[in-house]
Design a protein around this ligand. Structure first.
Ligand code: GDP
Ligand code: MG
Length: 305
């Protein structure tokens, strides 16, 4: 008579940080691995300010992808807070995935991570992203150079934006999760409260719709957040800017810019949350918000002294 093992399979759970230079596609990769948008993306560096965690179930394994801000040389206080947050992601996880922009190669922030891995000897893999932009003649020497560091168990080549090679990375990372209980309910896809996701969706549109220093001069505060009886959400947010001229730009001619930002952010949020959202935005000038601790709390960052 055959015996069947009726015990549930052993659960595994792993925190995996995606780290690297700004703009290499860490957030795009996290969204691609989760299969939906959990963290915001723009062509501008420092779009990601605080750690965002996306959750993916792979059979009995829960993978928690820790999206981190880019690593660069910080100057102002907000930049110091952002880079500190990125290193926190690096040090507090089970496994590190260094993301490299294949079209840029090994530069600044990538080198800092490589040096940290040399010192720390942490288990890691490397993901060469944006392979859609490069030829094999560039890709192969780059992957060889990364292999030669002997820091990485695997070198992956992906196009996060097209999804190419993404599943291979997920399969590999699933084998790296240690045995242990799941940290989040099975159906969760993000560790962030909905209020924070909503604020991030608005910030993403500001990054996409405004130029130069303006996106870096903004932060979002949730003024009101209410779940209606019909399941819809009512959200009021304040967009803080540093100067009156910035307020005018965000509002736009006859309010056209803010209307567009609010409509697009609302649609993104509705599709991520799969529920109706009523989003109201207004803009306030606060000339010193980047020097005020309470704004770092809103951004879920530590206030660096
Ligand atoms: P992060 O700063 O490392 O989180 O980078 P993001 O995920 O915000 O992406 C930065 C920019 O690179 C965005 O404009 C993305 O659309 C773009 N990007 C990300 N992945 C790819 C990719 O695989 N191919 C190409 N061509 N662009 C990508
Ligand atoms: Mg990012």
């Amino acid at each position: 008579m055959s015996t069947h093992n009726t015990n549930p399979p052993e659960t595994r759970c792993g925190f995996i940080a995606l780290v690297g230079a700004p703009n290499v596609g860490k957030s795009t990769m996290v969204n691609a691995m989760i299969g939906q948008k959990v963290t915001i993306v723009s062509p501008k560096p420092q779009t990601t300010r605080a750690i965002m965690m996306g959750i993916k179930m792979a059979g009995p394994t829960q993978l928690i992808f820790v999206d981190t801000p880019g690593i660069f040389k910080p100057r102002q206080r907000l930049e110091r807070a952002i880079v500190k947050e990125a290193w926190r992601g690096f040090y507090e996880v089970d496994y590190v995935a260094l993301v490299v922009d294949g079209s840029k190669g090994i530069c600044g922030g990538t080198r800092h991570v490589i040096e940290a891995l040399q010192k720390e000897k942490r288990p890691a893999c490397v993901i060469i992203n944006k392979v859609d932009l490069i030829k094999a003649s560039v890709l192969l020497p780059l992957s060889q150079e990364l292999y030669d560091t002997k820091l990485f168990e695997q070198v992956f080549m992906v196009s996060a934006i097209h999804g190419d090679g993404v599943q291979d990375v997920v399969n590999f990372l699933s084998t790296k999760a240690p045995t242990g209980p799941w940290q989040y309910p099975e159906n969760d896809f993000s560790s962030a409260p909905i209020q924070f996701l909503a604020a991030e969706m608005t910030r993403e549109q500001i990054y996409l719709e405004t130029e130069q220093e303006l996106p870096y001069s903004t932060c979002i505060e949730t003024e009101e957040f209410e779940e209606k009886a019909d399941g819809s959400l009512l959200i009021r947010q304040v967009i803080y800017v540093l100067r009156d001229a910035q307020k005018k730009i965000i509002i736009g001619k006859h309010g056209s810019k803010i209307k567009h930002i609010s409509e697009t952010a609302r649609k993104e949020l509705e599709s991520t949350l799969n529920r109706k959202v009523h989003l109201f935005l207004h803009v306030k000038v606060k000339d010193n918000w980047t020097e005020r601790p309470e704004h770092y709390d809103m951004m879920q960052l530590d206030f660096p002294k």
